[in-house]
Design a protein around this ligand. Structure first.
Ligand code: MRU
Length: 337
């Protein structure tokens, strides 16, 4: 994996060769971003199964991996997928099967992100016809290929538009305290997409100024009613966007939807260490990693299966025939295919 704590200053690879190393990398955010921590945890469980393929040991390893970061549902989803896949198999076959399943999961996430790029680029091209100035997009945190293996979620439509020759300029909010905006700016610059870093609290006046056409962010967990948990600072931007009449889009694969969760109040919000904010003063610190944007502030959800109304997700995907109603009843419920 890339050690993302060193970026954008240094690009260094890190070899994770044990479940403990995987857990540490996720907890410390060397590996970060909802789809990427899901896939990394899947490989972590495969490593654990190679050490001990017993059912109890698998459950313990799965629990330890799930405890590393609570908010992004992709992590628990990916770990349970691997667990369910190997459970019916004889112990001797479990390690190889888990490794294969982790690889398939990684490939599926890449395909989903590529599709999100296509769907999102088509939506933005239709909604914002080519004009004299570039398309102006505000994003928050890092929802690019660093967070997802390839393409990204929120950045996938931007890469796609750029590949199609559309002029795009991205306003990248800094995303304190971990500065994931710097990762986004690094990615965009590497891909030749012009961008400007925005001080977090300046997003409000920027949106009010009329210089932004739309907001486009990723997600870490989406409740059944369309409430969206994403990096802290997202919800305030959604409020400011609503006030300014700027559309607010969320791009995410369906592995980020927690179908069994009625609304955003049930989403566990990770609280991170005070040392991320200050290590000098002995002062109480409130450092939540995420916030929840209510579905009513989300213009639409961009998924690998098309654009969906945030407020009507289950109905939309049931009508598409990919979500069975019975699956809504239990946490972690999955799509039919
Ligand atoms: O805490 P992080 O950096 O792991 O945050 C997760 C994210 O990358 C974002 O919230 C992102 O918008 C969703 S993941 C594509």
């Amino acid at each position: 994996v890339i050690d993302q704590t060193l970026l954008p200053g240094r690009l260094e690879l890190l070899r994770l060769d044990s479940p403990a190393a995987v857990g540490e990398a996720i907890r410390s955010m060397r590996v970060r971003g909802a789809p990427l921590i899901g896939v990394t945890a899947a490989y972590g469980l495969a490593l654990a199964i190679a050490e001990d393929p017993g059912t109890r040991a698998i459950e313990r390893a799965a629990q330890a991996l799930c405890a590393t970061r609570p908010t992004a549902v992709n992590l628990a989803w990916a770990v349970s997928r691997i667990g369910e896949h190997v459970r019916p198999l004889p112990a001797a076959e479990r390690a190889a099967a888990a490794w294969r399943a982790a690889g398939e999961l990684a490939e599926a996430e890449v395909r989903a992100c590529e599709a999100i790029g296509r769907v999102g680029a088509a939506l933005l091209s239709e909604r914002f016809p080519v004009a004299a100035r570039p398309l102006e997009i505000l994003t928050h945190c890092n929802a690019g290929w660093l967070a997802t293996i390839e393409w990204g979620t929120a950045l996938a439509p931007i890469y796609r538009l750029r590949d199609e020759g559309r002029a795009v300029h991205v306003w990248v909010s800094e995303t304190r305290p971990r500065n994931q905006g710097l990762l986004t700016a690094w990615e965009l610059r590497e891909h030749g997409v012009p961008c400007t870093l925005v001080v977090d609290s300046a997003a409000g006046p920027l949106l009010a100024s009329g210089r932004v056409d739309c907001c486009l962010v990723g997600a870490d967990r989406i409740a059944g009613n369309g409430d969206v948990a994403n990096k802290i600072g997202t919800a305030l931007k959604a409020v400011a966007a609503k006030d300014a009449g700027v559309p607010f889009y969320v791009a995410a694969p369906l592995s980020t939807v927690d179908w069994g969760l009625a609304d955003g109040r049930g989403i566990p919000i990770e609280e991170r260490d005070r040392g991320e904010v200050t290590d000098e003063f002995d002062i109480a610190v409130f450092n939540p990693g995420f916030d929840v944007t209510p579905a009513r502030l989300v213009t639409a959800l961009i998924t690998e299966l098309g654009v969906a109304p945030a407020g009507d997700l289950p109905k939309h995907f049931m009508e598409l025939g990919v979500l069975h109603p019975a699956r809504l009843a239990r946490p972690g419920a999955e799509l039919e295919s």
